[in-house]
Design a binder for this molecule. Structure first.
Ligand SMILES: Nc1nc2c(ncn2[C@@H]2O[C@H](COP(=O)(O)OP(=O)(O)OP(=O)(O)O)[C@@H](O)[C@H]2O)c(=O)[nH]1
Ligand SMILES: [Zn+2]
Length: 229
């Protein structure tokens, strides 16, 4: 398939990464292409979900989503991950082209077990940053080199990045990704993640602004079979 003079088969692969497998993926958000990679620098199974033709394209709408098993799969209300994931997929599904990178750096890179340890510390009053520090980690252990290589392997030339996180923008740019615009992805808080979101804004400088009028009411949060407390 030729797009803007590029051929998906003949395009030069960037050093150290290549597409390992791809297939169509119809989803409840629209039709995507699921893409897996071989990356000599990173053995984790990151994946790209690609909407439309992105090879050679400029200003492609891109979301980098860091894995959150508790939020993404189980529907935890402690964070905003699943809401962000669904909002991003909805936006991409309405777009002609775009990419969601699903990055296997659970718990901001500390892994599931340590994230649950961090939750236990948060239940004793620490915020997300101090909980990570108490466990001997940085507040955020993620890096976006693999994401940059995946975008290069897909032939994306420049991106419009869906994020509120300045560190993500900086690290991606440091890895050579051209970001032409930041597109906010703000989810109104619920009663369980309000402190978490406030911590993101206050301590991690995330660009979060929401209108309290639009905040989810408890009734809107699907806590089936549980008393609210
Ligand atoms: N260590 C730790 N990780 C968490 C916690 N809550 C959510 N996460 C992880 O945080 C990651 C999501 O990152 P966030 O900081 O919420 O958001 P972001 O992706 O950096 O920023 P945006 O692009 O604006 O969404 C996922 O990997 C989650 O598993 C927590 O309390 N502690
Ligand atoms: Zn989460």
């Amino acid at each position: 398939m030729h797009v803007n003079g590029w051929s998906a088969d003949a395009a030069p692969e960037p050093l150290g990464i290549q597409i390992a497998a791809e297939a169509d993926l119809p989803t409840r958000f629209g039709r995507f292409r699921a893409v897996a990679f071989n990356d000599v620098h990173d053995e984790r199974e990151h994946a790209a979900f690609v909407r439309g033709d992105v090879r050679g394209a400029e200003g492609v709408l891109v979301r980098l989503h860091s894995e959150c098993l508790t939020g993404d799969a189980i529907g935890s209300l402690r964070c905003d991950c699943r809401d962000q994931l669904e909002a991003a997929l909805r936006l991409l599904g309405q777009s002609e082209r775009g990419v969601l990178l699903y990055l296997r750096q659970e718990g901001r890179g500390i892994g599931l077990t340590n994230k649950i340890r961090a939750y236990a510390l948060q239940d004793r009053g620490l915020d997300t940053v101090d909980a990570n520090l108490a466990l001997g980690f940085h507040d955020d252990e993620r890096e976006y080199g693999a994401a940059a290589r995946m975008l290069a392997a897909l032939g994306v030339r420049s991106i419009r990045l869906l994020t509120n996180n300045p560190a993500k923008i900086e690290d991606l740019a440091r890895h050579g990704v051209r970001i032409v615009e930041r597109v906010p992805l703000v989810i109104p808080p619920n009663e369980y993640n309000r402190f978490y979101l406030e911590t993101k804004a206050r301590r991690s400088h995330h660009m979060l602004e929401w209108d309290d009028e639009t905040a989810l009411e408890q009734d809107d949060v699907p806590l089936i079979g549980e008393d609210s407390h």
